[in-house]
Design a protein around this ligand. Structure first.
Ligand code: ZN
Length: 105
């Protein structure tokens, strides 16, 4: 079950603190009141602990290779590093991404 973060909207002290986390099933209603003190609360957009690399440079930094199809049999390696060819033409093996160089311990 996901963990949701709530924030008190009221100003009263609460022993849960200003913000608290609550494990709730996806289907359960979001709380409008603190279960401890009864003040109004709002659910915060959860910050996922596992971040997924999104941009080409993130991917590159994490050692991934991202290929974008540009034509039939032609891919752009948007995460090309070092001496890798930016364009991979499947008919030209020498342009293939150098995946072995990305494998690290
Ligand atoms: Zn409270």
């Amino acid at each position: 079950m996901p963990i949701y973060e709530y924030e008190h909207l009221g100003r009263e002290e609460c022993k849960l603190g200003c913000r608290f986390e609550l494990v709730q099933s996806i289907s359960s209603e979001k709380l409008t009141k603190c279960p401890e003190c009864g003040q109004p609360v709002q659910r915060l957009i959860s910050i996922c602990a596992i971040s997924t690399p999104k941009t080409a440079s993130d991917l590159k930094n994490h050692g991934f290779t991202k290929l974008v199809r540009r034509d039939n049999g032609v891919y752009e390696n948007v995460t090309a590093t070092g001496k890798e060819s930016r364009i991979w033409d499947v008919r030209k093996p020498e342009t293939m991404p150098d995946l072995k160089s990305k494998i690290r311990d």
